[in-house]
Design a protein around this ligand. Structure first.
Ligand code: ASP
Ligand code: MG
Length: 417
């Protein structure tokens, strides 16, 4: 048994769903198929959420955009639409019903309730389509068996509790293909949670771990794990083999190819992860696994744009020591900010985070209680793995460098954009 994951780009239109089915059917394999919301539906649902939560007049129009988009896909897939239309109509009325009431006071709770519709709708369509082709396929609502705590928008998965429920739900009794949602989960009281944006890869890895899958394949619009973003660099190559360690470092540094949480559940059970192209499935792609020999890796470039560099200096000239650091991190965590890089000296602490204008002012004001806060917006974090001096000179030579860190394998620079 294998786990396949298809992201939003792979199912952004009817042709994409047909292509998914062609890939699935060519495998001769029992599969758990994890699907994300179609195209950019998660973003569109964030708009719905914001108009719902802030009582804005564009709510109905925002919901209609989502209905129309899926309608376009469904009309290209089914000749008999009775069943699928009834199922989708139920989901749309559920969404409308939720938004007709006053939202609770928790933005994060409402976020998960609303945004999860993207995955529920996409899997409803994909499952119905695969079934309509005469396959033994089944839709599973993952929220009943993948259990998290109630940390909305970034639920922590309870592996022990999920283990039995997942094995029961995916027992392959008379079923060849299960179609289920990435990214979403449920609490023990059956509230909907999500695992963080782009979290479907992580779902696939958890399911593979709990079901002891032979492997996971993530189907992408790129031919594998590349050594740089092809939209940015002229000469990029696919890296055919990577260790789990290399993959976790790359994704942590901001390589967008897989969600950073994906590697651990796979590494823990030594399950290989393949990254392949849904555009051309005949290409080999990349394999992330444990290898007994040393891998030759090309230099890897990761550019994280839209960062902000903050420098904090205690107003009373005290050292930045453990207690102060833990307080700073608690503040950052309360804004759900992930720190990409830190640097300390006796009385100053610099850190690089994603620039989110919606919360930035409040964050700075809170930090200003104890610190003098200086910051540079419009900075970029460049990470080079397996660097050479020539590469560094070429890439950052001309740039204004604010922070620089190097170890044996990795060089990181915060530079002006
Ligand atoms: N649909 C979710 C998102 O866009 C999850 C995912 O795509 O992995 O963030
Ligand atoms: Mg996605």
């Amino acid at each position: 048994m294998k786990v396949f994951k298809f992201g939003g780009a792979s199912v952004k239109n009817a042709e994409g769903v047909r292509n998914l089915y062609n890939i699935v059917r060519s495998q001769n394999e029992k599969l758990v198929i994890v699907v994300s919301a179609m195209g950019k539906v998660t973003n569109a649902l964030e708009d719905v959420l914001n108009s719902f939560f802030n009582r804005k007049p564009d709510l109905d129009a925002n919901i209609q955009t989502i209905v129309d988009y899926h309608e376009g896909i469904v009309s290209g897939l089914f000749s008999d639409r009775t069943d699928i239309d009834a199922k989708l109509e139920l989901l749309y009325s559920e969404l409308r019903e939720i938004t007709r009431h006053k939202p609770s006071l928790s933005y994060d709770y409402e976020y998960d309730r609303i945004v999860s519709f993207g995955e529920i709708i996409s899997t409803t369509i994909v499952a119905a389509f695969i079934k309509s082709q005469g396959e033994k396929a089944e839709f599973v609502d993952i929220r009943s068996s993948l259990k998290t705590d109630d940390n909305y928008r970034e639920g922590n998965v309870n592996m022990e509790l999920s283990n039995q429920l997942i094995c029961e739900a995916f027992n392959f009794d008379g079923v060849d293909y299960y179609i289920t949602q990435g990214f979403i989960a449920g609490t023990i009281t059956n509230q909907t949670t999500t695992l963080g944006r782009e979290g479907s890869d992580y779902t696939a890895a958890i399911l593979a771990n709990l079901l002891n899958a032979e492997s996971v394949v993530i189907w992408k619009d790129v031919p594998g794990v590349m050594n740089a973003d092809p939209k940015r660099y002229a000469e990029v190559v696919v890296i055919p083999k990577l260790s789990y360690k290399e993959a976790i470092e790359l994704s942590y540094c901001g390589a967008s190819v897989i969600h950073p949480k994906t590697v651990k559940p796979l590494q823990n059970k030594k399950i290989p992860l393949c990254v392949k192209s849904f555009v051309d499935p005949t290409q080999e792609g990349s394999i992330i696994n444990e290898f007994s020999f040393k891998l030759e890796l090309p230099p890897v470039y990761i550019n994280k744009a839209n960062q902000v560099l903050l420098t904090l200096t205690p107003r009373d000239f005290s050292f930045i020591a453990e207690e102060k650091l833990s307080k700073i991190f608690a503040i950052l965590a309360s804004y759900r900010l992930k720190v990409s890089l830190i640097q300390t000296s006796a009385i100053s602490f610099s850190l690089c985070i994603d620039h989110n204008p919606a919360i930035f002012k409040n964050l700075v004001t809170e930090l200003q209680d104890e610190y003098e806060v200086l910051y540079n917006t419009d900075v970029e974090l460049i990470t080079i793995r397996h660097y050479t001096k020539e590469i560094v000179d070429k890439l950052v030579g001309e740039k204004l460098v604010f922070v620089e860190q190097r170890n044996r394998l990795t060089a990181r620079f915060v530079v002006s954009e």
